[in-house]
Design a protein around this ligand. Structure first.
Ligand code: NAD
Ligand code: UGA
Length: 460
């Protein structure tokens, strides 16, 4: 054991959460040894290389600053467990695809596997930290597995959900709105909670570190994501009404958001929300509500997901209606495929649904994205032979009948649309799924412009 470290922290799961979170802990706590392990050797090799497995602004610098000093990436899960006093578990908890609860409940198989592995390898007391997003009361299951071996080793389970958003992960981790730490209200539980507080206190102000009971902590994570997604579905639902009534959804958002009780953030109408978590966490919440016989509550939250699907389909139908009810053989260029800007992540991206629908309509599809083309190829593998993936936005749009903006990459605001228009088939259409372009300027160039939740600007 290295004498020169004050604490040894392990994180099981080197993904979008485990990697950046541990890199920031290592950067802020040079006295702690932080090891991140994963069963995926390619992922670990990438974390140890110059090309990290995920794109996240600022991440490269943080990793470069502490990797090899007090931040280590390894595939040796067992050694990691033996050595650490505190184990964060940030494995994936996707929606179940089989058996009871398929399509709704969280799949806890990766989670349970880590619990059993911790039990099998631990030789000294550990604090186990739930970093993954989990159904409320999962800590009890973890505790039951950990005491099942009847060993003398003491385990404490603490809930410490992660609220970072992709694309801003480093800033979110460095300056969190809050750090939530839920523990059992027992002497041991409080001591374990205090140990977690001690880690974050290295850089987070005391009034932002919130301690609470363990069930409220687990549930708060699901509820935070449900509320955030609900705001997007609320404004997206209103965007449909705006398109019928010539109201402008941006003006409505602004007016509504200026009410300090409502707040201005997360009211941008869009082609729909994506990302690995919103849908999965809401479905998980819905499943839990149904499990407890709360059908009305479940129906209420399920509508957030229903509206999101409606918004994606509405986008495709608007394209169809605008382009004379047929997309067959028309070259359509999707600008953006990532689920949001500043990430290469495409999990649950609205782009996936829209691409599949456009190919179904037998459009000739071209996709550009500055970071997500590799993932796009994987997501659309079954129809990849019908799609061109092009690195250069100008080449991608050349000869198109229509452009569909799917991701709000800054570069799409600044393209030379005059030159693009000149190279497109006429009449040229632009469907701005993120409302990021200057619609009047595009119309003046000659485009027929279809924003979200605003009147279309057309030349016929
Ligand atoms: P991810 O899929 O990127 O990473 C999970 C990693 O865990 C994978 O690399 C996988 O190989 C590894 N893993 C699975 N089983 C393992 C095992 N038994 N031993 C070692 N490694 C194992 O997932 P993610 O996006 O980092 O999300 C992880 C959790 O955090 C999820 O519960 C998610 O809901 C939650 N979360 C994600 C975000 C986000 O922005 N992505 C934000 C907050 C919370
Ligand atoms: C979200 C939450 O913001 C994080 O707090 C949470 O930790 C994370 O989920 C998680 O649990 O995984 P993330 O999905 O990375 O983070 O990104 P967001 O910024 O929340 O965006 C989600 C989706 O909503 C994106 O597709 C985005 O384009 C869309 N969105 C966001 C809108 O359509 N309109 C908005 O006003 C805001």
């Amino acid at each position: 054991m290295e004498p020169n470290f004050d604490k040894r922290i392990l994180c099981i799961g080197a993904g979008y959460v485990g990697g950046p979170t541990m890199a920031v802990i290592a950067a802020k706590c040079p006295r702690y040894k932080v090891t991140v392990v994963d069963i995926n050797p390619q992922r670990i090799a990438a974390w140890n290389s110059d090309r990290l497995p995920i794109y996240e602004p600022g991440l490269d610098e943080v990793v470069a600053g502490c990797r090899g000093r007090n931040l280590f990436f390894s595939t040796d899960v067992e050694a990691g467990i033996r050595e650490a006093e505190i184990i964060f578990v940030s494995v994936n908890t996707p929606t179940k695809t089989y058996g009871l609860g398929a399509g709704m409940a969280a799949d806890l198989k990766y989670w349970e596997k880590t619990a059993r592995q911790i039990l099998a390898c631990a030789q000294s007391p550990k604090i186990i930290v739930e970093k993954s997003t989990l159904p409320v009361r999962t800590a009890r299951a973890m505790e039951r597995i950990l005491v099942a071996g009847n060993s003398d080793i003491h385990f404490d389970v603490v809930s410490n959900p992660e609220f970072l958003a992709e694309g801003t992960a480093i800033n979110d981790l460095l300056n969190p709105d809050r750090v939530l730490i839920g523990g059992r209200q027992t002497e041991n539980g409080r001591k374990a909670q205090d140990q977690l507080v001690e880690i974050y206190a290295n850089w987070v102000a005391a009034d932002r570190i919130v301690t609470t009971d363990i069930w409220s902590s687990e549930l708060s994570k699901l509820v935070a994501n449900a509320f955030l997604a609900q705001r997007i579905s609320s404004i997206n639902a209103i965007s449909a009404l705006c398109e019928k009534t010539e109201a402008d959804v941006a003006n409505v958002s602004r007016a509504v958001g200026m009410d300090s009780r409502i707040g201005a953030k997360f009211l941008n109408a869009s082609v729909g929300f994506g990302g690995s978590c919103f849908k999965k966490d809401i479905l998980n919440l819905v499943y839990l509500c149904r499990h407890y016989g709360l059908d009305e509550v479940a129906d209420y939250w399920e509508m957030v997901v229903t509206i999101n699907r409606y918004q994606k389909e509405r986008f495709v139908r608007r394209m169809l209606a605008a382009m004379f009810n047929t997309l067959a053989g028309k070259r359509i260029c999707m600008l953006g495929f990532a689920f949001k800007a500043d990430t290469g992540d495409t999990r649950e991206s609205p782009g996936i649904y829209i691409a599949r629908r456009l190919v179904e309509e037998t459009a000739e599809l071209v996709i550009h994205d500055p970071q997500a083309l590799d993932n796009a190829r994987i997501d659309l593998a079954e129809i990849a032979d019908k799609i061109q993936f092009i690195d250069d936005p100008y080449e991608a749009v050349r000869g198109s009948h229509a452009i569909a903006i799917i991701t709000e990459w800054d570069q799409y605001r600044k393209l030379d649309y005059q030159a693009i228009y000149a190279g497109m088939a006429k009449p040229a259409f632009i469907f701005d799924g993120r409302n990021i372009t200057d619609h009047q300027a595009l119309y003046d160039i000659g485009f027929n412009v279809y924003p979200i939740g605003k009147p279309a600007l057309t030349h016929f």
